[in-house]
Unconditional design. Structure first.
Length: 235
């Protein structure tokens, strides 16, 4: 079983690669940083190989898949920074960048893989629970992730028998939060943990377990699985 994980050199993508490789899959990971790619491959061992490629470069993604041959499963974990903030501060440039950094690479990466994707295989998008959250300052994040999730059922029908699903993480402690600084990050994670029914924030491995489920379960398609520690249950 060959699995391509786009954005698989860090965080959730790397955790998913490690879990799938440990289960016997041949894993191909991609990322924009050669340094991160080398570190990821060192961690993953002989079951993995990788390529440096920017998922926002559609031509490069097409070339990648053309060179790979048959792919059984595609996992897209690409994310982007920015996009958060109140409506009053949004700009056209910021909105365009938010869409370009996540929605566009998710859908066009899936398109690029179609020519080599096993008809009995799958596509898994990694979105975010902000898509269904009612919180101030996340309208752009909700719109971008919600757009990907909204595409899942239609693509599952359009691309059948290829399966299409999404995994929607809540607060996961990854480097995505590094921009806010160590002190603010620690305080946020502590507050988030106290508010959740599970009393902790998520780890990349939590999401990786769900990704493995939708990749391996051949009777699952057209769904969005939320992995948020019960955040959706709060009043």
């Amino acid at each position: 079983m060959r699995v391509v994980i786009v954005g698989g050199t860090s965080g959730i993508g790397l955790a998913a690669a490690a879990r799938l490789a440990a289960g016997g899959a041949e894993v191909v990971v991609t990322g924009r940083s050669e340094e991160r790619l080398r570190a990821a491959l060192k961690q993953l061992g002989d079951q993995a190989r990788g390529e440096v490629v920017d998922a926002r470069d559609t031509a490069a993604m097409r070339a990648l898949f053309e060179g790979l041959g048959t792919v059984d499963h595609l996992v897209v974990t690409v994310t982007g920074r920015g996009g958060a903030g109140p409506l009053s501060s949004l700009t056209g440039e910021g909105l365009t960048e938010a869409w370009r950094n996540k929605l566009v690479p998710h859908l066009l990466t899936a398109q690029a893989a179609l020519g080599v994707l096993n008809p009995e295989g799958s596509i898994t998008f990694v979105t975010a629970a902000s898509a269904g959250a009612a919180l101030p300052g996340i309208a752009t994040l909700a719109a971008v992730n919600g757009a990907i999730e909204a595409a899942v059922p239609g693509l599952a029908v359009e691309l059948a028998p290829i399966r299409v699903n999404a995994v929607s993480p809540g607060v996961i402690d990854t480097d995505w939060w590094s921009e806010i600084g160590d002190e603010a990050r620690a305080a946020f994670m502590e507050g988030a943990a106290e508010s959740l029914p599970v009393r902790r924030v998520g780890r990349p491995e939590d999401v990786a377990a769900t990704i493995e489920y939708v990749v391996r379960n051949a009777y699952t398609t057209g769904i969005v699985l939320t992995v948020d520690g019960g955040a959706r249950l709060k009043a």
